[in-house]
Ligand binder design. Structure first.
Ligand code: ATP
Length: 372
């Protein structure tokens, strides 16, 4: 099997293959790259799996490689070779001492098959053996290619979801991206897990990272969030939730946030958000100014506070043009009066039909109200 890389990447791969032969290790393309190539897509990231110790292999390559970072415990190493980013990983055997925790690496440099079985789905557990002739041999120990043709997401073993429930979310992402389906066994294991999740050791950080990926595509984020709720996948995190698809969608349509992923994640984790009491527009302005538009969405979804809409539609672009220096120039002495002047000016500018626009208008306002 050939891969449609550009010439520079082909040259790099050829050199790596020859070096691997010399070093005495087998190297493979792995995971998403293999899946994407078999689906006829151009690979985006280049991930190379070394059947052995990737760090030792990369270090043996000398100046040819620029090492960006390395993670000894996991045997992974990020590099740049002739300006191309290439990530290397050692084959590794992992165990999950507690459901949902981050895995412990039991062995670095294990056999390829032991590495493949720790992966999420059969479609992501295939490898291409890298040869200097650039004709790559598919290694498909779990019939991933057949599942890819059928559009099926099949787990590699029955403990997979208990080990790492974020695989449920990764699966949803692949369902929506590729129009695939969990096979019946995966569906059964997911349902069983959601009935009795053990969250004691759950890595919430990893759940958030996976959610970020799930909601990152603007085309799919809304659908992904709807399915996340409909299928009760929030149970990975909580027993109960008061999340409501239509209220957050309404918020999204009102405030048009750029980062939908942040909106959904903040909404999922938002607790105890209550409607604020404001005495006037200055308070409204000052409070909402501290929130980004994603948080504004979540606040509104939780409270339906019309002041959030007032702020967003009418107040948010109001800015004072004068500074403390201008007040000093007018003869004021630094102190409490500065705050009083700024608040009064802000209040005037936040009012409907305000005609204080330019710098000169603001100076005029201060003179009229504070120097007479
Ligand atoms: P894409 O980057 O296109 O979303 P990908 O499959 O390459 O897809 P990554 O998150 O980069 O996604 O993961 C690379 C590979 O690592 C996967 O193909 C899979 O083999 C493995 N992997 C990633 N996350 C998990 C997980 N939670 N459990 C098991 N294996 C995983």
């Amino acid at each position: 099997m050939q891969i449609n890389f550009d010439n520079k990447i082909n040259e790099i791969i050829k050199i790596l293959a020859l070096e691997a032969e010399r070093f005495g290790v087998k190297i493979y393309f792995i995971g998403g790259l293999v899946r994407d190539v078999l689906m006829g897509k151009k690979p985006l990231d280049i991930d190379i799996l070394v059947e052995g110790d990737a760090i030792e292999f990369v270090q043996s390559l000398g100046d040819f490689v620029q090492i960006k970072s390395l993670h000894k415990d996991f045997g992974t190493i990020k590099t740049q070779i002739l300006d191309v980013d290439i990530d290397f990983a050692s084959t590794r055997k992992e165990i999950y001492p507690i459901s949902g925790c981050l895995p412990t690496v039991e062995k670095i440099g294990c056999k390829l098959e032991e590495d493949l079985i720790r992966r999420d789905f059969t479609i992501n557990a295939m490898a291409f053996l890298i040869n200097p002739n650039l004709d790559f041999t598919l290694v498909d120990k779990f019939s991933g290619q057949e599942d890819l043709k059928k559009g099926i997401l099949r787990l590699l073993h029955d403990n997979s979801i208990i080990d790492d429930p974020t695989r449920i979310l990764r699966g949803l992402d692949f369902e929506l991206r590729f129009n695939f389906k969990f096979d019946s066994n995966a569906q059964k294991l997911i349902q069983e897990y959601l009935k009795a999740p053990n969250r004691e050791g759950l890595s919430v950080d990893r759940v958030i990272l996976t959610l970020r990926k799930l909601f990152c595509s603007p085309d799919r984020a809304q659908k992904a969030f709807r399915e996340f709720l409909k299928r009760n996948y929030y149970k990975i995190l909580f027993d109960k939730c008061d999340l409501n698809y239509s209220e957050i969608e309404k918020a999204v349509s009102l405030f048009s946030p750029e980062n939908l992923s942040e909106v959904y994640i903040n909404y999922i984790f938002a607790q105890n958000i209550e409607k604020k009491e404001f005495k006037n527009r200055v308070e409204i302005y000052k409070y909402f100014k501290t929130l980004n538009v994603e948080d504004l969405c979540v606040y509104w979804a939780k409270t339906k506070d019309d002041n959030a809409i007032l702020y967003f539609n009418k107040l948010k672009n109001v800015e004072l043009k004068i500074s403390g220096q201008d007040l000093l120039n007018l003869g004021f002495k630094q102190g409490k009066i500065f705050g009083e002047i700024f608040d009064a000016l802000l209040e005037a500018k936040l009012a409907d039909n305000c005609d204080i626009e330019s710098f000169e208008d603001e100076i005029e306002f201060v003179k009229n109200n504070f120097l007479k």
